[in-house]
Design a protein. Sequence first.
Length: 364
Amino acid sequence: MKDRSKKKNASDILSILFQLYYNRGEVLDKTIGFQQSLDNYRTMKRLAKALGDRNQLLRAWVEVGYRLTMLGKLMEALAEHSAVSQDLSEDDPFEVSCRNDHCQAIVLRQLGRYEEALAVQERLSKIPDISEESRFNWLNSLGHTFWRMGRYQDAVGCFQQVLEWTSNGSNPVLQATAHNNLGLVYSDMERLDEARDHHQRSLHLRRELHDPGAICTSYLNLGNVMVQSDDIDSGLGLWEKALGISKRLGDKATEAMIENNMGEVSYKTGDYPKAADHFHKSLLMKQSLNLRSYLDTSLEGLAKTYYEMRNQPGYAEQCRHFGQLLLALDTARPQKRENVTSILAALDAAGDNSRGGSNGAAGN
C-alpha cells in the first residue's frame, strides 16, 4: 500500500513538473524570447524521454516545432512536425495530434505550400466532437491561408465567423487575431479605413493581453496601413516599435518584413536607390528564412523600383528580371501578379534602355 502511494506521489510530482515546463515556455515567449522557449521545450522533451513519459514527450515535441517556426527556421520546424506525425499512433492523445496538424499547417503556409496547408486545415475544421475554441482557432488559420492565396471573400467569411463567436469577449486572443487578419485582407483590397480600424482594435486587445509577439505584429501591420494612407511618420514610428520587440524576441521574419516596408517608404518618397537596397536586403533575408510566401512583396518592390530607374544603364533589364521571377513564383498572390504584369507591359511600351523613354509611374 505504501509503495503504491509513493508511486502515485511521484507520478503527481512529475505531472506538475512537466506542466511547469509547459507553462514556462509560454511565459518565455512573452518575456525573454523564442530561443529560450525553444530550449525549454527541448529540455522538457529530453526529460520526458528519459522518464518514459510518451504523452509529455509528444506535447514538448510539438512545441519545439512551433518555436522553430516562430524563429523563422521553417524547414527545421517542418521536419519536427513531420516526425511527430509519423510517430503518432491511434493510442496517443487526440489533442496532441490536432495541435501538431495545426502547427504544421502554419509552417506549410509560410513556406508557400498553400494547397497542402489548406488540406490540413479543412480536415481539422471538419473534425466532430471538438471544442468550439479549437474549431474557431483553426477557422482563423484557414482564413489566413485563404488570404495568402488571394481568396479574399473566403478569408473574410472565416474571420467574420470568428468575430461573431468572440463578440461576447469570451476569447480575446482569437478576437484580436481575427481583427488583425481582417485588417490584412482589407489592406490588400485597398479598403484602408476598414483595415486601420481592425488593426487598431487588434492592437488594443493585444496590449491588454500583454503578449509582445502579438503586439509586434499589430504594430507592423498598422504601420503598413498608415504608410499606405500616406501617413509615413506614423507608420515609421509603429515599425520602430515592432523592430525593437522583434529583435528582443529573436523574430527574424518580422525584421525581414520591416526591411521590405522601409523599401516601400523610400519608393514613395522617390529615393529609388535606397528603395532598391531595402528590397534587396529583405529578399535575401526572406530567402535565408525560406519565407516563400512573402517573397512576392520584395520582388514586386524591386521590379517597380527598377522601372522608375529604367533609363539608367541595366535597370530596365533588372526590372524585367525581378518581374519575371515574381511571375514564375508559385506562391505569388494574384494582386502582385497583376501589378507586375502592368509594370512589364509599361516597360515594353516605353521601350528598352537603348531607346530611352519617358518617365512614368509604376502600377501599385
